[in-house]
Design a protein around this ligand. Structure first.
Ligand code: F6R
Length: 200
């Protein structure tokens, strides 16, 4: 694990962007694993987003599909057929698992970008998720619903489930870049860096 300490969130953005840009320059056919976020990418690049709320349409302004279009895909010359996001209409885990097959077909993820939940989640893998998990339908914890309710008009509008890459899907990436900034992430980062490796 390579820990990069930065001053603040804007500096984290610069360091992460430089890393991604360097990897794209070295490999124009790179396969990126993305979190909802924004980074300039070019043609040939393939992207697989981590997760999507279940039961939400791609046109909903809080869907991660909408977020990716608004903040990145509509602004760069990426082939839209290369942009993958789990469908919010995924009905069962058999369908969800096909996402892992698509990633494999693309040659696996070269660089996976991750955020970190206040409770330590990555993707929507809440504490306790299995290290063997692949893309599946997951339940959101009350604390994640609470934290994410800031983006919705009403807390009751926050979906209670999501389709998320599993911990195994994420760990299969050749490189992982996790960005965590702000005091509310300090506790989770402390455990990530100093604690034992557990599913928490
Ligand atoms: C987003 C995702 C989540 C977020 C995490 C942190 O695709 O999978 O794990 O990365 O909830 O969110 P922010 O950056 O809003 O604190």
């Amino acid at each position: 694990m390579n820990i990069i300490k930065v001053k603040d969130n804007p500096e984290a953005g610069i360091v992460a962007s430089k890393k991604i840009a360097e990897m794209i320059k070295n490999n124009p056919n790179i396969v990126l694993g993305l979190a909802t976020g924004s980074t300039p990418i070019t043609t040939n690049v393939k992207a697989f987003n981590l997760d999507e709320y279940k039961g939400i349409d791609g046109n909903h302004d809080q869907s991660y599909k909408f977020f990716m279009k608004e903040t990145l895909f509509d602004h760069v010359n990426i082939n839209k057929n290369n942009c993958h996001i789990p469908s919010g209409h995924t009905n069962n885990n058999e369908e969800a698992a096909k996402y892992d097959e698509e990633i494999k077909k693309a040659g696996g993820i070269d660089l996976q970008l991750l955020g970190l939940g206040v409770n330590g989640h990555v993707g929507f893998n809440e504490p306790g998720a299995s290290f063997d998990s692949i893309t599946s339908i997951v339940d959101l914890t009350e604390s994640t619903i609470e934290v994410n309710s800031r983006f919705f008009e009403n807390k009751k509008d926050v979906p209670t489930q999501a389709i998320s890459m599993g911990l195994k899907t994420i760990a299969n990436a050749k490189e992982i870049l996790l960005i965590a900034t702000g005091k509310n992430k300090a506790e989770a980062v402390k455990h990530l860096v100093n604690g034992p490796v557990t599913t928490e």
